[in-house]
Write a protein that binds this ligand. Structure first.
Ligand code: SF4
Ligand code: SF4
Length: 532
């Protein structure tokens, strides 16, 4: 065993560069148990709630559906399905505003609930070790599970990567201020998370899982400590409070000292990471056959009367969720999806809760000051000091403003995890992350357009090649036919038959003779005319 592995096994905690300590404000929402939410009247299910392609539609307007029924299927594009959150009727399928910083529209299925909340029959699996890894991955995929920590990467896709793995990391750090959804889930459902972790370990084919929790969650830590004796392959790691310790690369560095290379993945350093909520959803999908139709959402901030954590069906409109929590909006009220560091302000409260929605934050203007006007950069360097990805935020911002995409690439724009630490410390109130998000979207767009142009060029060249090939084939066919004809003629002549060439020569001679006769006759007529 190497010294580094010995240190990991001994529970050594490393550190990562940068980071900040914003006020945690978790006590607003973490005091009470996760509460159920009464059924809403309408649910809005965007087809795409994860990274990657959307699934293919399985339903149409007018269909009756039950809770847990698949509304889309994986299909040819390898999308992830979405399921009905309750029973009711499909009343619309079409463009709808989705929960995205851009306020973009996408295809959304609307279900009007019938209030009966009838569920499809589930197919529990008593012993998951008896089915193949591929079948388990299918089960997780069919349940529509994407990473519930924020990025929404399809869980089965992450697990399907085939490389030797040393550790599975279960991320229960939840370092962003205000959010306590994972904290409450860990306190109340530690055993299910452990079951999910065992399943993930089995699929990933590695020997050990490290469950990471930030030190500011003593109850969650105690809940796991009480259960881990029976699970020797699972180890708890308590990490110091610092934002963003829960970032994938940062947590890997904290727990193993390993650094995921720029543009690389955890698997490149022998690791795979899943969020605690994802482990919970995997246990439910595999052991109970339950698809992902609800999740825990923190509703918090001074402008709700009942802050706390709620079991929210996917597709629930944010406006309805807030109404149930005693929403007291003030003028120019901001409603943020996500936390204060990485979240974004919603332009429309009719947008639904989706798979990656972990928090709805409704701050008062005293609690979270509205964004001030951007001032000029004073080159203080504070942003670079706190950047956990060791980037140069002010330089990235200049390059983004100048649309210098090559420069942004050289400065590793895509290593930015959009944690917002740089903007948090910026004395000039520069919304740095906004510039990075915009620049990333533009770079992706350019890459998409380039790919499209490349496909068009390849298609054009392929057509030209096909036409040329067909022309050559045609010429070749003609050549061969002529050769065959010549050969057949030669054979016929050799066997005493008429030579077609002779016939041609005879026909030419006959035509010449006819022409000569006509000319002679014309001449004779002219002569007789002159004599007369
Ligand atoms: S913190 Fe703000 S003002 Fe200071 S260097 Fe960075 S961008 Fe400029
Ligand atoms: S948002 Fe990006 S650039 Fe800013 S601190 Fe975080 S990782 Fe660094």
């Amino acid at each position: 065993m190497s010294a580094a592995t010995k240190a990991i096994e001994a529970g050594h905690i490393w550190t990562f560069p940068g980071g900040i300590h914003p006020p945690e404000r978790k006590e607003l929402s973490n005091q009470t148990s996760i509460a159920p939410l009464p059924l809403a009247k309408d649910y809005y299910l965007p087809l795409k709630q994860h990274s990657g392609a959307p699934g293919e539609l399985l339903v149409q307007v007018g269909d009756q559906v039950k809770a847990g029924q698949a509304l889309t299927q994986i299909g040819a594009n390898n999308g992830l399905p979405v399921h009905a959150p309750t029973s009711g009727t499909i009343t619309a399928i079409g463009p709808g505003i989705i929960a995205h910083p851009s306020g973009l529209a996408d295809t959304v299925i609307t279900i009007t609930a019938d209030g009966n909340d009838e569920h499809i029959a589930l197919e529990p699996l008593a012993d998951y070790t008896q089915i193949s890894r591929a079948d388990l991955l299918e089960r997780i995929k069919d349940a529509g599970i994407a990473g519930l920590g924020g990025a929404g990467f399809p869980t089965a896709q992450k697990l399907a990567l085939q490389r030797p793995l040393d550790y599975l990391i279960i991320n229960g750090v939840e370092c962003e201020p205000y959010i306590s959804a994972d904290d409450r889930l860990m306190r109340e459902h530690a055993q299910t998370i452990i079951d999910g972790t065992e399943i993930l370990l089995h699929i990933a084919g590695c020997k050990k899982a490290l469950i990471a929790i930030e030190a500011n969650k003593p109850e969650a830590i105690a809940a796991f400590e009480g259960l881990l004796d029976k699970h020797p392959q699972l180890a708890l790691r308590v990490v110091p409070v610092k934002y963003p310790s829960g970032g994938e690369k940062q947590l890997i560095q904290l727990l193993t000292g390993r650094q995921v290379p720029s543009r690389g993945l955890p698997i490149d350093v022998g690791l795979v990471m899943q969020n605690v909520g994802t482990a919970f959803a995997v246990a439910q999908a595999v052991l109970q056959g339950k698809p992902l139709i609800e999740r825990v959402v923190t509703v918090t901030g001074e402008n709700v009367e009942k802050p706390g954590n709620y079991w929210v069906r996917l597709g629930t409109p944010v406006a309805y969720l807030l109404e149930q929590c005693g929403f007291k909006p003030e003028p120019d009220q901001r409603v943020i999806m996500g936390g204060p560091m990485m979240g974004f302000t919603l332009a429309d409260l009719s947008v639904p809760v989706v798979k990656i929605t972990n928090c709805i934050l409704v701050p008062s203007s005293q609690e979270l000051a509205p964004a001030q006007d951007e001032m000029a950069c004073i080159r203080c360097g504070a942003c670079a000091d706190v950047c956990p990805a060791q980037l140069l935020p002010q330089q990235l911002q200049w390059l983004a403003k100048a649309k210098d995409y090559d420069g942004l690439d050289q400065q590793n724009l895509f290593d930015c995890i959009e944690c917002g630490a740089c903007a948090y410390v910026c004395p000039s109130e520069i919304p740095l992350v906004h510039y990075y998000r915009k620049a990333k979207a533009e770079v992706r767009n350019i890459a998409r357009e380039k790919a499209k142009a490349e496909v068009a060029r390849e298609r054009f060249e392929a057509r030209q090649e096909r036409l040329e090939r067909e022309k050559q084939e045609r010429l070749e066919r003609h050549r061969k036919a002529a050769e065959a004809r010549k050969k057949a003629q030669a054979e016929a002549v050799a066997q005493g038959g008429d030579n077609p060439q002779d016939a041609v020569q005879a026909a030419i001679a006959r035509a010449k003779a006819r022409k000569a006769a006509q000319a002679a006759a014309a001449q004779q007529q002219n002569k007789e005319g002159d004599d007369a």
